[in-house]
Each structure stands twice: as structure tokens, then as C-alpha cells.
Design a protein around this ligand. Structure first.
Ligand SMILES: [Zn+2]
Length: 427
């Protein structure tokens, strides 16, 4: 019996096991391929994938013999999308200010797995997960995904919110004698030295980056978005401590002064940036600070929050920030400020992340610019440019398929036809 005949008599699983070198090579036939680094579209390409990463991209000239070919010739292929502002490891926003207290860490782990799956199947193969109420739920979810226990996007995590007592990152709104669980207060800081210690603690427990709550929040009782909460000294201490761990800092900031002070303290990006003024926009441009502006979710909060009876203060603060943020976004586009794609998914259901593309185009981006915001620019902010955000050789083979031309109609991204992560077809 020849070697070939022997192999053919084995089952498919055994064959895969017998030929690991061959099993690691595969291909994707892309009808059209978006080059996010150049901002161009190529026709009829063959993407070669070896060990989960792109090995080569060449014009299609027939099916190769040394690996299976995924036929996406009818689709536009785009690098896996990146959402820079998700909250996967939390229950999700409701009308109940006590909602975080209703769920055990174990429940949060399971719901987090569901949110991760919904996010990945919507075409988002990487996320910056910027906070959870039960500290380190995000880190555990990231590690479970990386081990292959559950499916989900590649995650960068922050572990807990760095916030002042009673600030925008706290679970608030209860009678004064109600004791919130300790694991919901891991990031509460009282001065610069405390901030340094808490940032060290977060990195010692595996976070990738730090999320500061620099100003008040829309969806928290007793805080105002326009008001700065963390002091300049506290923010600077966080930036220095994070750098010592090779990490970086993003700041949730709505108010104009808080935004500028966070930038001057050395943060790499601003979340929301709703009330940013012209001086702040100029500073972002000059300092190369990224703005991660969630320009869709104000509409969701207005519609669903009103219907479900979310606290009146939330709805008022949402109205005070939504339109201002969109006008500022339009100015930032014109100025050429670095803009990433961040949605605040968790405030609205996971998996609907791509709804934001339409708004980014409505407020000044071309569809290609919006796609680049969600790929190369977000990868740059993560410090992951060599790994994600593009499909040139060396990057992870993370990609999505859409029917039609998403560089003309970004709403097509709301319904992706296929998802590949690390060379594995997940949808
Ligand atoms: Zn958020």
C-alpha cells in the first residue's frame, strides 16, 4: 500500500492531524479587497494564510493545490473591524441604576461570552473594552477567548474604571448606607499617589491599558458630563504609571476643560469628547491625540431610554451632549484629527456596532475614511498596527465579507456575510 493510499484510508480528522503543516495553509478568494493602508480597492485577489496570518496577497490565477480556498469571490473583503469602545463584560444598560448589583460575577462571565460572540459575528474581530463594573471580568473574558474556550474578538482590557469617589465610573444612586461590593470599587482613587498604586495594581493583574473617568458621565447618577472629576495630578500620575508598565491611557471626557487637561496630562485618546471646543480640537491635532467619538448611540439612548423610562437625568445629559458631539466630530474630520471607531456598545445591544458607520459618513467622513477609522486608525491607537487593521502580509488573517460595495454604502457593514478570525472561518 502506497503512502498516499494509506492516508486516503484515514478519516478526515485523522488526515488533518497527520498533515499539520498543510492544514495550516489556507486561502481566501476575494472578489474585491479593501486596502485600508492605501485607501484603495483591488479586484479578484487571492489571500494566502499561513498559521493564522496573511502570508501573501496576489491577483487570482486559479485555485492553489496546497490548501482549502474560501470562496468570497462574490464579496467585498475588508480587514476585521475594530470597536475601540465596548463594554462586553457587563450586563448592559437598563432603566435600573441598581442593575450592576443584580448580577453575580459568574452571571457576568456567561453574559460576557454571549456579548463577545455577538460582537465577533457582527464583523468586529478586535475591541478595546473600556470598562466593566466587576473588576477584571474583561481580563478573564479576554483570556478565555485567547485560550479558545469561547469565541470573540481580540480584546484589549482596562480591568476597572479609574474614577473619583462617586464619580462617573462608580455605581451610584443608592441610599448612603448601601455598600457596593469591593470588586466594583477597585479603580476608585482619592489622590495622585493612590492613582499610581491603583494603576500598578491593574497592570499587575493583566490589563492592557487604563481608562480614566476624567469628567462626569451621561449614564451615572450625580455626575455632570461638563465637570472635570479627576485632578490634573491624578491623570498625570496614571499616565506615568501606565508607561512604566508599557501601557497607555485613554480618558472618558465630555467637558471642554476636562478634555484639554486630560490631553495635557498625556493621555493617548479621548472617549466621547462631546463638548470639545476649538482649542481642544487644535490641541488634539497638534499633540496627535486620538478622538474616539460615539456619534451613534445618542439616538439609541433617546429612543429606547425614553421608551423604557431610563432616569430623567440620563436623558437630559444625553440631549446636552449628542448634537454637540456630532458638530465637533464634523469639525474634527475637517481638521484631520485622528478619529477612531468607538461605539459604547453595551449602552446599546452588542452586535449592532456597525450602525455607527452611517453617522460617521453623515457628519463628514467618506465611507473609506470611516472604514479606515475602524481598521488602521484604531489599530494604531491600540498599538497593534503590525497585527490588525490591514491585510498586508504579517497581519492576522482577520477579515469580513460584505455583499456590495461598502466603500459606497457603509450601511452594508451592518450585515456582514462572512467573518474570518486568525484564518478560521467563524461565520
Ligand atoms: Zn462607555
Amino acid at each position: 500500500m502506497s503512502r498516499l493510499t494509506r492516508l486516503l484510508t484515514l478519516g478526515a480528522a485523522a488526515l488533518a492531524f497527520a498533515l499539520p503543516a498543510h492544514a495550516a495553509t489556507s486561502y481566501v478568494h476575494a472578489g474585491r479587497l479593501v486596502d485600508t493602508e492605501k485607501g484603495t480597492v483591488l479586484s479578484d485577489q487571492l489571500i494566502k494564510v499561513v498559521d493564522g496570518r496573511v502570508a501573501a496577497v496576489t491577483p487570482w490565477s486559479g485555485a492553489p493545490a496546497d490548501g482549502p480556498v474560501t470562496d468570497w469571490s462574490a464579496y467585498m473583503v475588508i480587514p476585521g473591524l475594530i470597536d475601540m469602545h465596548t463594554h462586553l463584560a457587563d450586563w448592559g444598560q437598563t432603566n435600573n441604576v441598581a442593575e450592576p448589583l443584580l448580577h453575580s460575577p459568574q452571571e457576568i462571565a456567561y453574559i460576557g461570552a454571549r456579548h463577545a460572540r455577538e460582537t465577533l459575528l457582527a464583523g468586529f474581530t478586535s475591541v478595546h473594552d473600556v470598562g466593566c463594573f466587576r473588576a477584571f471580568s474583561d481580563v478573564a473574558l479576554r483570556d478565555a477567548i485567547n485560550r479558545g474556550d469561547v469565541i470573540g474578538p481580540r480584546m484589549a482590557t482596562v480591568g476597572a474604571y479609574i474614577t473619583v469617589p462617586g464619580g462617573g465610573g462608580e455605581v451610584t444612586g443608592f441610599a448612603p448606607d448601601v455598600k457596593v461590593p469591593d470588586d466594583m470599587r477597585v479603580g476608585v482613587v482619592t489622590d495622585a499617589n493612590d492613582t499610581r498604586l491603583k494603576v500598578n495594581y491593574l497592570f499587575q493583574h493583566g490589563v492592557d491599558s487604563i481608562k480614566l473617568i476624567a469628567t462626569g458621565a451621561v449614564l451615572a447618577e450625580g455626575t455632570e458630563p461638563g465637570q472635570q472629576e479627576l485632578s490634573n495630578d491624578e491623570m498625570h500620575a496614571a499616565v506615568v504609571a501606565a508607561a512604566e508598565h508599557g501601557g497607555w491611557v485613554t480618558a472618558h471626557a465630555h467637558g471642554a476643560e476636562g478634555i484639554k487637561n486630560a490631553m495635557r496630562a498625556g493621555v493617548r485618546s479621548i472617549e466621547h469628547a462631546s463638548l470639545i471646543d476649538d482649542e481642544g480640537l487644535a490641541l488634539a491635532k497638534k499633540m496627535g491625540v486620538f478622538l474616539d467619538m460615539d456619534v451613534y448611540n445618542g439616538d439609541y439612548i433617546e429612543e429606547v431610554g425614553t421608551k423604557e423610562g431610563w432616569p430623567a437625568g440620563y436623558l437630559r445629559k444625553n440631549r446636552e451632549t449628542t448634537d454637540a458631539q456630532r458638530q465637533a466630530f464634523a469639525k474634527a474630520v475637517k481638521l484631520g484629527v485622528k478619529l477612531t471607531f468607538g461605539t459604547d456598545a453595551g449602552v446599546y445591544p452588542h452586535g449592532l456596532n456597525a450602525r455607527q458607520f452611517k453617522y460617521m459618513v453623515r457628519y463628514g467622513m467618506t465611507p473609506m475614511q470611516a472604514i479606515q477609522a475602524a481598521t488602521v486608525t484604531s489599530a494604531e491607537l491600540l498599538g497593534w498596527s503590525k497585527d490588525v487593521g490591514a491585510l498586508s502580509p504579517g497581519h492576522y488573517a482577520d477579515m469580513i465579507a460584505v455583499a456590495g460595495d461598502a466603500t459606497k454604502d457603509v450601511t452594508l457593514l451592518e450585515h456582514v456575510n462572512g467573518v474570518i478570525k486568525g484564518g478560521a472561518v467563524v461565520k
